[in-house]
Design a protein around this ligand. Structure first.
Ligand code: PGA
Length: 344
């Protein structure tokens, strides 16, 4: 077997220096890195000074009060993540050989997935108490950025990113429905044409939201535009606005757990709805999943549906509304058509 090339750079760098560097780059802050690693600020600064001397170029620049990573720093950050990922995988594999499931699971999910992912993590963590989970919940654009930076083990999207080479595995239905307050004039109507709801006013999620993108695409298929009354950055705020009579909205059925049951909101029976989508487990093609990440993926494939299941009465109402006025859209077709569009 060939001897690996040990450059003078590798000889002089220490893993500790790289760990300090990685934490500063991730937090864009010396103070937060020092806190995370339980080190003093002078120690952190000294480690980075030595590392920059070894590399022969500055790794950070300070402009005003902010720390900015340099191009050299960015390249080193990428290398660091690869080294730490490989070491973490090694640690997990050896733990797995001993029959344990130990290690870190880093998840980043789009905002709406928070309605079932934390619920699924409960039984998962009970089954594998040695697994340490971090869950980042943010909107689609930001999750995409994290995916491109390879910051996490797995990502959950409502539509696989297009234009990026990824594995995207559908594991759960994600129907989008039109909601109104129960006393809205359309609440008791059946087979409402989409052109009719286009005369109403809508509360929509922020730009960059996958839910908003899917709603806009469906309206566009009918030659219509979503009539926006107000843009709100949260599903919760939208539901309250709709319940208060501010307008209609289109949201994932997963967000309506409580409100639909409590009679606060009504799902309208509209042509083209529900928009049939799926939740996807996504990771960069070629990425070697850790044992823990693979275990979580298998777990969600097997158990996700049961855990995220809506109460029986809500489900049956959904089924009824599906059989009326439904335009069939499978997760597969949305993934395929997604590929044709630019990554967003
Ligand atoms: P969002 O994504 O929470 O960013 O709207 C959800 C989805 O794509 O279904």
């Amino acid at each position: 077997m060939n001897k690996p090339a040990i450059t003078s750079l590798i000889r002089q760098m220490s893993l500790r220096q790289l760990q300090v560097f990685e934490a500063i780059a991730r937090h864009a802050s010396f103070t937060r890195a020092a806190e995370e690693l339980h080190l003093t600020q002078p120690t952190v600064s000294a480690q980075i000074r030595n590392l920059a001397d070894t590399v022969g170029q500055p790794l950070f620049e300070q402009i005003g009060k902010k720390i900015h990573i340099t191009a050299t720093g960015r390249a080193l950050y990428k290398a660091c993540r690869e080294v730490f990922d490989a070491l973490a995988r090694f640690e997990m594999e050896t733990a797995d050989m001993k029959g344990l499931k130990h290690g870190q699971l880093r998840l980043a999910v789009v905002t709406t997935a928070k309605y079932f992912v934390p619920r699924a993590l409960g039984p998962f963590c009970q089954r594998y108490p040695g697994v340490d989970v971090t869950l980042k919940v943010t909107n689609r654009e930001r999750v995409l950025e994290r995916l491109l930076e390879n910051e996490d083990d797995l990502y959950i999207f409502g539509q696989p990113p297009a234009g990026i080479d990824v594995e995207a595995i559908p594991f759960l239905r994600n129907p989008l429905v039109v909601i109104a307050s129960p006393d809205h004039p359309l609440a008791k109507k059946r087979r409402i044409p989409i052109a009719r709801i286009a005369q109403e006013k809508f509360l929509v999620r922020e730009l960059g939201s996958g839910t908003r993108l899917a709603a806009e695409r469906l309206f566009a298929e009918f030659g219509l535009k979503v009539p926006v009354k107000m843009e709100l950055g949260s599903n919760e705020a939208i539901k309250q606005g709709v319940a208060g009579g501010l307008g209609l909205s289109i949201l994932s059925h997963h967000t309506l757990f409580m409100e639909e049951q409590g009679g606060l909101l009504r799902v309208l029976n509209v042509e083209g709805f529900p928009i049939e989508r799926h939740w996807y487990m996504v990771y960069p093609k070629g990425k070697q999943l850790s044992v823990v990440a693979r275990t979580f993926l298998d777990y969600m494939m097997a158990e996700g549906k049961r855990i995220a299941e809506t109460p029986a009465n809500v489900k049956s109402r959904l089924r009824r509304s599906q059989t009326r006025g439904k335009t069939e859209r499978t997760g597969r077709s949305s993934a395929v058509s997604g590929k044709r569009r630019a990554a967003r």
